[in-house]
Design a protein around this ligand. Structure first.
Ligand code: FES
Length: 576
């Protein structure tokens, strides 16, 4: 049992136990909030790490979730103390929240270690807040439990359901193609986001909530409960009770986050048709907690896994339907033969014990594993002379007819170049071409934004075409769809082969053979490399400078190199 450094066995005792001047100071100033002396009697102190923010609309309701968690902590005999960390609002921040994921993780890590916490509950929801908080907590490794904020209710528009993100892309294409009017488009805006919560498609937020449940870090069933459903608050209260038990049992984060947990999460991500962003985030979390995980695992481990969750963007339904069908426990029960059923979770029980009683209430939303939508069709890892360190494609959201395609490259040197030329009448492009975007990787943008699903040229859209092969070093939103090759590594900004592609080059995508090939001979590529010049640094100072100096490539999780691993949970020296 590893509890900490204090006499009571807890870290918090170093602050709140004893009769030294510093103990007086720690307790006295905390008492200005009205806490009675009994709170400092050696009971476990639970940090409530809150990413609530009005500029992170998906997490704006987390203060209410925090209150529910605190009720549980009090009930179980713990002492809850809430603290804020940097929040990351996907639909608001520029240039991209991914530029700041690692910064939030630093905030989380240092805030936990520097304070008298024996256990921590991470409150998150919007895309990057979930991986960022787990990464930070992993580098401390005390008992940890995740509570996500839950998805919004389904969007409702003119008698049909519409999904966050996914329908934004569809409606935008329809507007550009002249299929709908600007009035239609504007009306959909208010109909899409009609309650508290994160995106209700199986985008990155729902994916990361599901992945954290699959890792064993959330109470079973909690990922899918809508943000405004009373059951989310009841389960949050139970989470508060559970973390106190886990502190008493000494169940550290690393006791849950082992290789088995990651393998389970990778397979669950395939079964739900989850976001490609989960790959980057799981690689980063594994790097913090010390589990060996390779990009190739995301292909090798899922070949036999059935894809069974019929949610947008890969399918039809939304998270509210997923919850009513039984949520993630049903999925994990369906694919249990593929999982490590003996993996330990934050309930103190195994995965198999957690999901054994799950029932499927809607087999159109969650298909039985015997009748899957597809098998081994989640994400594929591609390699070839265009991506020596790998690239990613989400097969479940792509056009089956483009899985083997050879086409002429149309190259955009930057996002600005793309937007400037995309709809120019003289752009030499049709649906057989391969659109290539450079300069959108971790160092290049910087921050690896979600621009990989390049919009199609208007003249192609007007012919009714809705998909083309697109290749970049960017990510794409988990709500997106299309034949989109992402995360090409090494990225163009560090001189990866992507930097050398020119208009007119032939490119071959062969998903069955996991191949991405630039059909240019080695001698010509060598000449182009000699002429290539690295772009200037994005910034000479501050976070952006540190980020671009030290960020790793996508195939390594895009963490900063010096943040990998853990500095432990030791109590730092006193301040006076
Ligand atoms: Fe926050 Fe999608 S924008 S979850």
């Amino acid at each position: 049992m590893a509890k900490g450094n204090g006499e009571s066995g807890y870290r918090s005792h170093v602050w709140f136990g004893g009769d030294e001047m510093m103990n007086f100071a720690h307790r006295s100033w905390m008492k200005n909030q009205g806490f009675a002396a009994e709170n400092f009697d050696g009971r476990p102190v639970i940090g409530i790490c809150n990413t609530a923010s009005e500029v992170t609309p998906c997490n704006a309701h987390l203060d209410r979730v925090a209150e529910a968690v605190k009720r549980g902590v009090w009930k179980a005999g713990g002492f809850p103390l809430e603290f804020p960390v940097m929040s990351l609002g996907e639909p608001v921040m520029r240039p991209t929240t991914m530029l700041y994921r690692n910064l939030t993780s630093i905030d989380v890590e240092e805030s936990i270690r520097a304070n008298p916490f024996d256990g921590v509950v991470l409150l998150c929801g919007c895309d990057k807040t979930t991986p960022a908080t787990i990464m930070g907590a992993s580098s401390v490794d005390i008992p940890t439990l995740v509570v996500t904020g839950g998805p919004m209710l389904n969007g409702k528009y003119r008698g049909r359901d519409i999904g966050s993100g996914t329908d934004v892309w569809r409606l935008t294409d329809d507007l550009r193609a002249g299929v709908i009017t600007l009035e239609d488009y504007q009306e959909a805006e208010a109909c899409m986001s009609r309650s508290a919560g994160h995106c209700m498609t199986m985008g990155t937020a729902s994916t990361m909530a599901s992945v954290s449940e699959a890792l064993g870090l959330q109470l079973p069933g909690s990922a899918a409960i809508p943000a405004v459903d009373s059951r989310r608050y009841a389960l949050s209260e139970r989470a508060g009770m559970q973390i106190v038990q886990n502190v008493e049992a000494g169940l550290k984060l690393s006791d849950v986050l082992d290789r088995k947990a990651f393998e389970n999460a990778i397979k669950v991500n395939a079964a739900i048709g989850g976001s490609t962003n989960a790959i980057v985030h799981l690689l980063a979390i594994a790097g913090r907690i010390g589990v060996q995980l390779r990009l190739q695992d995301f292909d090798d481990l899922i070949r036999e896994v059935p894809f069974i969750v019929n949610l947008q963007p890969s399918g039809e339904y939304l998270m509210e339907d997923f919850f009513y069908a039984g949520g993630l426990p049903v999925v994990m029960k369906e694919i249990l033969p593929h999982l490590h059923g003996d993996a330990i979770t934050v309930t103190g029980r195994t995965v198999a014990e957690n999901v054994g009683g799950a029932k499927n209430w809607n087999e159109d939303v969650i298909r039985p594993s015997a009748k899957p939508i597809n098998v081994g069709a989640g994400t594929a890892i591609l390699r070839g002379n265009l991506a020596p360190d790998g690239a990613v494609i989400k097969i479940s959201a792509a056009d089956a007819g483009l899985m083997h395609h050879r086409g002429r490259a149309v190259v955009f040197e930057s996002v600005e170049d793309l937007h400037a030329r995309l709809d120019q009448p003289d752009l030499d492009i049709d649906e057989t071409c391969v659109m290539v975007l450079k300069g959108a990787g971790p160092k290049g943008y910087p921050g690896m934004p979600e621009v990989g699903n390049l919009p199609l040229p208007k003249k192609v859209l007007e012919r009714g075409i809705r998909d083309m092969v697109r290749i970049s070093d960017a990510r794409m939103s988990g709500t997106c769809f299309g034949t989109v090759v992402l995360h090409v590594a090494p990225e163009a900004a560090v001189g990866g082969p992507l930097a050398l592609v020119r208009d007119g080059d032939m490119i071959e995508l062969d998903v069955a053979r996991r191949r991405l090939h630039l059909d240019v001979d080695d001698g010509e590529l060598r000449r182009r490399r000699e002429a290539w010049q690295a772009p200037p640094p994005a910034s000479e100072r501050g976070w952006v400078n540190l980020y671009t100096e030290r960020v790793l490539q996508a195939n390594e999780g895009a963490d900063l190199d010096f943040l990998r691993g853990s500095s432990g949970s030791g109590v730092p020296r006193p301040s006076h």
